[in-house]
Design a protein around this ligand. Structure first.
Ligand SMILES: [Zn+2]
Ligand SMILES: [Zn+2]
Length: 346
């Protein structure tokens, strides 16, 4: 075991504080990663505050990890010491079910093993990226190509793949009109990726406060959803709407913005159930769908796509001592567009 410094929530809703945790010895197929940067995802806050139900404490959040390989187990073939690597939302899965075999490890029928707030298949609690080092099986480690700075790469491991996967699944590309609901951590990545994929991109945000940013990130159009005229003007416009917000939405109103047989794909995770009059789906044969991160191969594809197109996240680099303040700012949508912790400050 190796003792490493980390930032942890000692209990639900308690502020995060510096502590130490134990990392396992490097096993045959393990990679030891010196973590350089860790993104702060909204779901870190949901989990640290038990918004999604009972959680495991102390909790070291962080599933947007970027770092450098510092040791590999004897059976490791995919990585070597010095490689630039990332770890996202999961660190293991059963590897045998139909979803794992199809490269959809995130939907493993016996559950993927979360990077933190989970019990691993070895029975040990997992701890995430707000720490100095992590040990992960090589099959759940991603290569970060040269051409993406490590700090800007970290958020791609969750926010990037979470938005890339539905854009690909529903064919965002040339000739397609794609709307992105919400311009936060997920939304700003959705805009960059949809634009790079060749789609015509519209941001639907509560206000026009971030309009200049949205257009700079690659949006072609920008509308305020607080203005009822937006829903009249854009009625029947989009092939695909990707909703990134974690607050409850008036789904019926957004479904009205889809073309016939269009899809509203939800990647936000509201804490409360939402209701919907299903007539909003019947007329126009529309689909309401969901998507959760992406498989390992698809995550690598996304990282390679980002390198090819010069895409990284827009980040605000912070010291570990600023994590609690950053959480409050995420909750008030006061971040452009992802906080990333410089783990050298832990
Ligand atoms: Zn996340
Ligand atoms: Zn499985």
């Amino acid at each position: 075991m190796t003792t490493v410094a980390a930032y942890a929530a000692p209990a639900a809703k308690a502020p995060l504080e510096r502590t130490t945790i134990e990392r396992r010895e490097v096993r045959e197929h393990d990679v030891l990663i010196d973590i350089k940067f860790a993104g702060i995802c909204h779901s870190d806050i949901h989990q640290a505050r038990e918004g999604w139900g009972e959680a495991i404490f102390p909790m070291v959040p962080g599933h947007e990890i970027a770092g450098i390989v510092s040791e590999v187990g004897p059976g490791v073939t995919r990585f070597k010491v010095g490689d630039r690597v990332g770890v996202g939302c999961m660190v293991d899965s059963c590897r045998e079910c139909e979803n794992c075999k199809a490269g959809r490890e995130q939907y493993c029928t016996s559950g993927n093993t979360g990077t933190y707030n989970a019990v691993g298949r070895d029975g040990e609690v997992t701890y995430g990226g707000y720490s100095e080092k992590v040990v992960v099986d090589e099959n759940f480690v991603l290569g970060i190509p040269e051409g993406i700075a490590l700090d800007e790469a970290a958020p791609l491991l969750c926010a990037g793949i979470t938005t890339y996967s539905p854009l690909k699944r529903w064919n965002a590309g040339p000739g397609k009109k794609v709307a992105v609901v919400g311009l936060g951590g997920l939304g700003h990545m959705a805009v960059k990726l949809a634009h790079a994929l060749g789609a015509e991109v519209t941001v639907l945000s509560q206000s026009l406060r971030k309009k200049d940013d949205g257009l700079k990130l690659g949006a072609d159009h920008y509308y305020a959803t607080s203005d009822p005229a937006t829903f009249e003007e854009l009625s029947g416009t989009f092939d695909l709407i990707v909703s990134t917000v974690s607050a409850p939405l008036d789904l019926g109103a957004y479904l009205g913005l889809l073309k016939t047989e269009g899809t509203l794909a939800n990647v936000g995770a509201p804490e409360e159930p939402v209701s919907l009059n299903l007539f909003a789906l019947l007329g126009g044969g529309k689909s309401l769908s969901g998507s959760m991160i992406g498989g390992i191969a698809e995550t690598q594809e996304m990282l390679d796509f980002c390198a090819e197109h010069g895409i990284g996240a827009e980040i605000e680099l912070i010291a570990a001592s600023e994590i609690n303040e950053a959480y409050e700012r995420v909750l008030s949508s006061d971040v452009r567009y992802r906080f990333v912790i410089d783990t050298a400050t832990i």
